[in-house]
Design a protein around this ligand. Structure first.
Ligand code: HEC
Length: 197
């Protein structure tokens, strides 16, 4: 009796170990697949997201035409043009404590928080050139300047409170598309506090 039980027990253990290995292998494969999605597909997805999420509205300089502001795609997402003087802010009836005003190309906005300037998102060192994906995620999820955990809070009208709901994968796709843009040198000015307007 004992003689047959032992080999059966061994056979069962071997099978058990083998099945576990199979599971472990298939799990590793599945994880690798989700962690490294096809790079090209990721870029396409990012470009699609860029085209529908209107980052251009506040981050791309525009040419003012009789039809309205037209994005200047040669400087796509390079932020408020630093060489452009800020137009005077009317302090008459329309005051920034009651109104939110945009410059004609929408890359600067004034409101109760002061004046804020659309950031340079291009992969130049004056933009996001030195950013890691973690920085990008921290900026969009936690609304932190330069994506630093201890950075100042991002000012309106950057709608990070909405973009924070992006999945990690979509954020990765967006970041990839941004990192694929032509880099543009442009040091966007620091925000102006309401007391200094
Ligand atoms: C309605 C205007 C608006 C839209 C739309 C917008 N942004 Fe912004 N964004 C801003 C402004 C203004 C700032 C600068 C805020 C500040 O200085 O605190 C900013 C800042 C940022 C920053 C932080 C940059 C830094 O140096 O800290 C990132 C990253 C960013 N935006 C990404 C995006 C992306 C990606 C999109 C589209 C998915 C987008 N923004 C759409 C207005 C906007």
């Amino acid at each position: 009796m004992k003689k047959t039980i032992l080999p059966l027990f061994l056979l069962a253990s071997v099978l058990l170990v083998y099945t576990n290995c199979e599971n472990a292998n298939s799990q590793t494969e599945a994880t690798t697949e989700t962690e490294v999605p096809n790079e090209e597909a990721l870029l396409k997805r990012g470009e699609y997201l860029l085209s529908i999420m209107d980052c251009d509205a506040c981050h791309t300089p525009k040419n003012l035409t009789p039809q309205g502001p037209i994005p200047d795609m040669t400087r796509r997402l390079s932020g408020y043009p630093a060489d452009k003087p800020l137009p005077a802010i009317n302090k008459g009836e329309i005051t920034p404590d009651k109104w939110i005003l945009f410059t004609g190309d929408l890359t600067a906005a004034v409101g109760p928080w002061g004046v804020s300037f659309g950031a340079n998102l291009t992969p130049h060192e004056t933009g996001t050139g030195n950013w890691t994906f973690e920085n990008f995620k921290t900026a969009l999820r936690q609304g932190k300047h330069k994506g630093m955990e201890n950075g100042r809070p991002l000012l309106p009208p950057m709608p990070w409170q909405v973009y924070r709901n992006l999945s990690d994968e979509d954020m990765q796709a967006l970041f990839k598309a941004i990192q694929n843009l032509p880099p543009v040198e442009n040091v966007v000015p620091a925000p102006i506090p309401p007391t200094e307007i």
